[in-house]
Structure formats: C-alpha cells, structure tokens
Design a binder for this molecule. Structure first.
Ligand SMILES: Cc1ncc(COP(=O)(O)O)c(C=O)c1O
Length: 332
C-alpha cells in the first residue's frame, strides 16, 4: 500500500477524544471528555461531519453547493472547517453576543459571516433564525444543517460520543453531565448511555434565563453553547433526569478556576458543567463515576472570560524601579 493511503486527512482526527481525570477534593471520580481536542476545537465537529455526510448521501448537498447555518460559533466553526475541506461555500450567521475570537476563526477558515443584532421577535427580519432561514431559501442548492431541528445532530452523539464514553469507562459511568443548547449531546449521548444502563443519571446544564429555564421571563445571557431556547425534535425528554439552571457568574468563575488550578483552558460551557458537577458530587459516593463534557477550548473566550487578566500584564520598568529584579552586580 502506498504510504499516502495509510493516512487519513484532517477529518479523520474528529472524535475519539481522551477522557481525563480531574482532581477535585470530592468523593466521586470525575472524568472530563476533552472535546476541544477535535481539530475544529469543539464537540460540534462530530455533528457537523455527520450532518454534512448524511446530506451528501441523501442528495441535499451536491458538489459545489453552499452550507448556510445559524450558529453562535462552535457549530459554525466546525461546518466551516469541514465544509471548506470538502469544497463547499460556507455562510455562517452569528448572534452579536458571539466572542470575537470565534468570528475570527470562522473567517480564518474562509466562511462568510453575518452578525445579527439581539432581537426579541422571530418576525424581525434581522432575527438570527429568521434571517438564516430566509438566506438559505434565497441561495439555490443551499443546505441548512439546522442543528436545532436536524435529528442527525443527536444521532451523531448517539453514534460516537455515547459509545466512546461507555467504552472508555468500561461501562462504569454512573453520571453524565453536559451543557444543553441544541440538546444534541444530551439527547444523543444521554440516550445512548441510558440504553446501555438505565441507571446512568444524565444531567443537563442550561442558562438560568433561557426560554426553557425561565419560560415566563427569558433574558439574554453571556454563556455560549448553552441555553435551551428552542424545543424541537432534537430535544429528547426521556434522555435525561434533570436540567440544572446556571448563572453566568458561576460559569465564569469555574472556567477561570479550571484553567488556573487544573490546567484545563476550556470554554464557558465547561465551566458551567463543572460548577454543576461539584454541586452534584456532594451527594455522591466513592463508587460513583461522573463524566463531564468539556465542549470547547478557552482560547475562544480569552477576551471575554480572561479580559481582566489580559489587561494585567506586569511592567518591566516598574519591576526594575522597585527593586523586584536586582542587577547581577547587586546580587553578589
Ligand atoms: C461548547 C459547547 N457547545 C454546545 C454544547 C451543547 O451541545 P448541544 O448544542 O448539543 O446541546 C456544549 C455541551 O457540552 C458545549 O460544550
């Protein structure tokens, strides 16, 4: 076999992410699924690849076609990376709360990007979902993966994330905690784990002010990747035990702690998940094995989560002036 045939291209590095231990002073074993190690930087590589390949097989996406998607970033980044590798035009529509780093990454992969203002009504043509649907309708041959309504989104996790976690933990997992946005992870991986062992507890983490968690008074929130604002076919209410709401501040604080104390530079959804994991750990035993989803990297949020730290770089002049650093002659 020619040596080139022994190697896969970049798309072959999607999935099979490691499961690593977290050393917090709690009774259960906590293992993190490191989804930021996917080549596009998040768990959305799995769903993007699967949705694109199903669309190719069913003829919804033809050679030279266009992919159009509404995404607060991660799904868009994965679609951009995979779509461009496969030779498609990719257009991503993002809400204006999207971190600038994510927009830059989309552009770096060669996607066209539209940014929508925060609007309350789906009737507003500038509304993020409305605009995307109308845009897709306006481009001949456009394929909109529509992760919020596409059953292949949870299916991707049923076929890959769930089985990986089950095998990596040798079936010993007792709790699975993940963020819930489009609900692909919780419905797909959650369902798979419960199908193997119905006793596995599946816990979702939602933004406290999402439509699901605050139906009477939904409000904008800062966390990204999280927030159930659309209940659709990708939401499987039998796949989980509970959805826990989280405040922005708690997600930010834990995201910083994970980087500064544990070496995991992860995104806000991971901080949110970890916050809930530690709450849940209080009632668990040493026999419990909890898997938490670390969905993407903190590098996507440096200006948002670590804005204060970035500003606070020490001055060389001040260090010299205040004798923090002594010259070799003085040190003798
Ligand atoms: C970065 C990121 N985005 C999104 C999600 C939510 O996934 P889904 O849209 O499938 O609900 C998660 C879940 O852990 C995540 O970590």
């Amino acid at each position: 076999m020619a040596i080139r045939n022994k190697f896969k291209n970049i798309l072959g590095s999607i999935g099979n992410t490691p499961l690593m231990r977290l050393d917090f002073a709690v009774k259960p074993t906590i293992l993190a699924k490191l989804e930021m190690l996917n080549p596009g930087g998040s768990l959305k590589d799995r769903t993007a690849l699967h949705m694109i390949e199903v669309a190719e097989r069913t003829g919804q996406l033809k050679p030279g076609g266009t992919i159009v998607e509404a995404s607060s970033g991660s799904q868009g980044i994965s679609l951009a990376m995979i779509g461009k590798v496969k030779g498609y035009r990719v257009i991503i529509v993002v809400p204006d709360r999207t971190a600038p780093e994510k927009v830059a990454v989309l552009r770096a992969y060669g996607a066209e990007v539209y940014m929508c203002p925060n609007t309350d009504s789906h009737d507003d043509p500038r509304n993020y979902h409305t605009f995307t649907e109308n845009l897709a309708r306006s481009i001949p041959g456009a394929f909109m993966p529509n992760q919020y309504f596409n059953k292949e989104n949870p299916r991707a996790h049923y076929l890959s994330t769930g089985p990986e976690i089950w095998e990596q933990t040798e079936g010993k997992i007792t709790h699975f905690i993940c963020a819930a946005g489009s609900c692909g992870v919780i419905s797909g991986a959650g369902r798979y784990l419960k199908d193997q062992n119905p006793a596995v507890k599946v816990i979702g983490v939602d933004a406290a002010t999402s439509l699901y968690s605050s139906p009477n008074d939904p409000k904008a929130y800062m966390v990204e990747g999280i927030g159930i604002d659309v209940i659709s076919d990708t939401f499987d209410a039998t796949a989980f035990d509970v959805i826990v709401p989280i405040q922005d501040g708690d997600a930010f604080a834990m995201t910083k702690r994970l980087a500064m104390e544990h070496g995991y530079l992860v995104g806000l959804s991971s901080g949110a998940v970890m916050h809930v994991a530690l709450q849940q750990a209080k009632t668990m035993t040493e026999d419990d094995v909890m898997v938490v989803m670390f969905g993407d990297s903190g590098r996507n949020y440096l200006s948002k989560v670590f804005a204060d730290e970035v500003k606070n770089v020490k001055s060389v002049e001040a260090a010299l002036e205040h004798g923090v650093v002594r010259m070799p002659a003085e040190a003798k």
